[in-house]
Design a protein around this ligand. Structure first.
Ligand SMILES: N[C@@H](CCC(=O)N[C@@H](CS)C(=O)NCC(=O)O)C(=O)O
Length: 316
């Protein structure tokens, strides 16, 4: 685990000391947009680098399924283990290999984009095969592009960010991002008790709020499934297997929230979504890649979960 400094890899963990023990996530640096002059929407031109373990990358894989982009955007999957060299393409550990350049490590993709790149080497990455550069390494942007940029190519016009619901979606996203998506990391990577307790408190306040909301409406922004739901989904699906124990988010398990757990099963059962969920990668990534949290690197055998079980969301 580390970062690039002027194109050189340095093996270094997150610095929480300068922030009173709080984990602060760096902003993504590459923010290009499909549909702009540089990056026209074309079938076969773009490639996604993802980890099946990573909740941010997971969003992009879900949108690739929902928007039927599988034949238009190719994918490489990194190994679940993020160790001294960061994300790797170790096929023995479950990576698909780098389909474009046969690289060994993800940091080589970043230095191919910019030889003196400085910053963390994160997934997902949307890569332009023609210009040989990163279009975007921000999942929130990538799913917005996937939502509409390729509609003329696929003919799929399903809209997960409809104009009429944007204000509502943006408001939910804002709270869910800070307190849930990033909230579990703020709890898990905290190196001071008060920083951990703050993240823990905010996380469960938001889960209580969402549980209430889902008692009255089927989805986060109302009667229609939107981007806000998919952004929450990738954290919820990992909750009991990883965040509850490994990140100490243990006031209760997600399975103990009746509405959230039924809602989670409904989302999991949408066409194509179950294929994007890989608990082997998810569990091995977190429990092995963070030795300061889990020094034995033992991967827990449980919990037993069945997301294909019946849900009750039709009642709303
Ligand atoms: N803002 C980014 C965050 C992505 C991110 O932090 N990914 C994690 C994996 S879950 C990563 O690659 N971390 C490596 C690191 O921080 O060095 C996004 O949403 O796309």
């Amino acid at each position: 685990m580390g970062l690039l400094v002027n194109g050189e890899w340095r093996d270094k963990w997150y610095n929480t000391e300068d922030n009173g023990g709080e984990f602060k996530r760096e902003s993504a640096q590459c923010r290009g947009w499909i549909g702009d002059d540089r990056y026209p929407a074309e079938s076969g031109r773009y490639h996604l680098y993802v980890s099946l373990a990573c909740p941010w990358a997971h969003r992009t894989l879900i949108f690739r399924e929902l928007k039927q982009l599988q034949d238009h955007i190719s994918v490489s999957v990194v190994s679940p283990l993020m160790l001294e060299q960061g994300w790797s393409f170790d096929t023995e550990q479950g990576s698909s290999g780098d389909a474009l350049y046969n690289s060994q490590h993800m940091h080589q993709i970043y230095t191919r984009h910019q030889s003196d790149y400085t910053g963390r080497v994160t997934v997902p990455v949307l890569w332009d095969k023609q210009r040989e550069e990163i279009v975007s390494n921000e999942s929130a942007d990538i799913i917005r592009m996937f939502n509409s940029a390729f509609d003329d190519i696929t003919g799929n016009r399903e809209d997960y960010y409809p104009v009429a619901l944007r204000e509502e979606i943006d408001a939910v996203n804002e709270r869910v991002y800070h307190t849930v998506n990033n909230g579990v990391y703020r709890a898990g990577f905290a190196t001071a008790q008060d920083a951990y307790e703050k993240a823990y408190g905010e996380l469960f306040d938001t889960l209580d709020f969402l549980e209430q909301r889902l008692a009255q409406q089927r989805y986060l922004a109302g009667a229609q499934l939107t981007e806000a739901d998919w952004r929450l989904f990738t954290t919820l699906i990992r909750f009991d297997a990883v965040y509850h124990g490994h990140f100490k988010c243990n006031r209760q398990r997600l399975a103990e929230f009746p509405n959230l757990s039924n809602y989670l099963r409904e989302l999991y059962q949408q066409t194509g979504v179950a294929d994007t969920v890989d608990f082997d990668h998810i569990k091995r990534h977190y429990y092995i890649s963070h030795p300061m949290i889990n020094p034995t690197q033992i991967v827990p055998a449980g919990p037993q979960q069945d997301f294909s079980a019946r849900h009750d969301r039709h009642r709303l």
